[in-house]
Design a protein around this ligand. Structure first.
Ligand SMILES: [Ca+2]
Length: 406
């Protein structure tokens, strides 16, 4: 999973500013989704949805009283800060259920579901973890760029720095995990930091322009995909492994007409316009999923949990609600998938999408098939549809717990 990678930033999605041959090859050997949505327009909600299969609005977050003294004090000093929050151990993660059924579970990358040790990935079903807990680190020193601004680089439960550029280190640990477990069923979660800020490349003294550094960071992400796929191939696992490449939300930055990083869509990260939530996603599994295919059925981050659970032959307790749906039939072309309404809610704004229709905040209705750039508000001409979608959304939010995800 890339961090803040926009729809228009890869060759196979029409981007022309950076060469992404490995990701393009993955698309040629798999299915490219053109209506894949992140559950959140920022990092943490999407990660919560990925790991739980639930809308982030449904997930439980730990109250201040459970935090360690240092995080509790920090939270008290500034109640608005999000980095003293975290993901409740009451949640059931895909790593936990796969681990219980015999899978080896590894994570190398960015967690961002709580900074306190209480929230550590090894408490949520990952047997190994290399990477960082927070939202971003310096790519060379691995010092957190938010929150406590101290070293945030972990070897399982130990804080331990290592030399190297973040994207390269995460790739190396991912490839090592694959080789180490080539004879076991495994689940590897590799959430990269790139191309999230800070815009740092391998040369820490680089004086290249912002645009050039951004290009280079995406290029290095592509090199990482090449290395991970090579590790899978060299271990003879290519046809036994489902590989997914996706982003967690839209791009933080764009470069005017030079490079529309969100492609044809309006809006960037932290927006519920398409550019903030519709992002690249490729699924490759030769022999199981069509190659060179394109699927336009809306799919959301939370759909991976039930898909993986089904593939792994595991399930969650019957009284534990999962919101996502198993997308394997959509990916194989066996089924167009359920006609469902998808919901987003962030910082007082909301969106519901059903079929080609997208309603924002009850006032703006667009036809995404005819108008992907969301330029024409058709609400006034379709009052009954506006009312119906508003009712659907209000009904959805009323079923979510009172405290929203931070
Ligand atoms: Ca992000």
């Amino acid at each position: 999973m890339a961090d803040d990678l926009g729809y228009g930033s890869l060759g196979c999605y029409g981007g022309a500013q950076v060469a992404t041959p490995a990701i393009d090859r993955l698309a040629a050997k798999g299915t490219r989704l053109t209506s894949y949505y992140s559950n959140g327009s920022v990092c943490s909600p999407t990660r919560a949805a990925l790991l739980t299969g639930r809308y982030p609005q449904r997930c439980s977050w730990v109250p201040d009283s459970d935090l360690s003294a240092i995080f509790r004090a920090q939270r008290k000093d500034n109640p608005a800060q999000r980095w003293a929050w975290g993901f409740s151990s009451k949640e059931i993660t895909i790593a936990e259920i796969l681990q219980q059924s015999g899978y080896r579970t590894g994570m190398t990358g960015k967690w961002h579901l709580g900074y306190d040790l209480l929230f550590h990935p090894c408490n949520h079903g990952f047997e190994s973890f290399r990477g960082f807990m927070g939202g971003a680190v310096d790519y060379h020193t691995h010092i957190a760029t938010h929150g406590l601004r101290t070293l945030d680089w972990w070897d399982n439960r130990e804080l331990r720095n290592e030399d190297g550029y973040t994207t390269d280190l995460l790739t190396k640990h991912a490839a090592d995990f694959i080789t180490r477990h080539k004879n076991d069923p495994f689940f590897l979660y590799l959430p990269h930091g790139a191309p999230h800020t800070p815009l740092q490349v391998r040369d820490r003294n680089s004086k290249a322009s912002k645009l050039a550094r951004y290009r280079e960071m995406i290029g290095m992400l592509d090199e990482s995909v090449a290395a991970v796929v090579a590790a899978i191939e060299s271990n003879g696992l290519r046809e036994k492994t489902m590989i997914i490449f996706c982003s967690d939300n839209g791009p933080q930055m764009t470069f005017g007409t030079t490079w529309r990083t969100a492609g044809q869509f309006d809006g960037l990260k932290d927006s519920l316009h398409e550019g903030g939530i519709r992002v690249p996603c490729i699924v490759s599994w030769p022999g199981k999923i069509p190659q060179g295919a394109v699927v336009n059925t809306p799919v959301m981050t939370m759909d991976f949990f039930p898909t993986f659970a089904s593939l792994g032959g595991v399930s969650t307790p019957a009284d534990h609600r999962i919101d996502g749906t198993d997308i394997l039939p959509i990916l194989t072309g066996a089924d167009a998938g359920p006609q469902r309404a998808l919901h987003w809610e962030s910082r007082g704004k909301w969106v519901v999408r059903r079929g080609q229709w997208k309603l924002s905040d009850g006032t703006r209705l667009v036809d995404l098939d005819a108008d992907p750039a969301e330029s024409k508000n058709l609400a006034a001409a379709n009052p009954a549809l506006v009312e119906e979608l508003t009712r659907l959304h209000k009904n959805w939010i009323s079923r979510m717990p009172a405290a929203p995800a931070p």
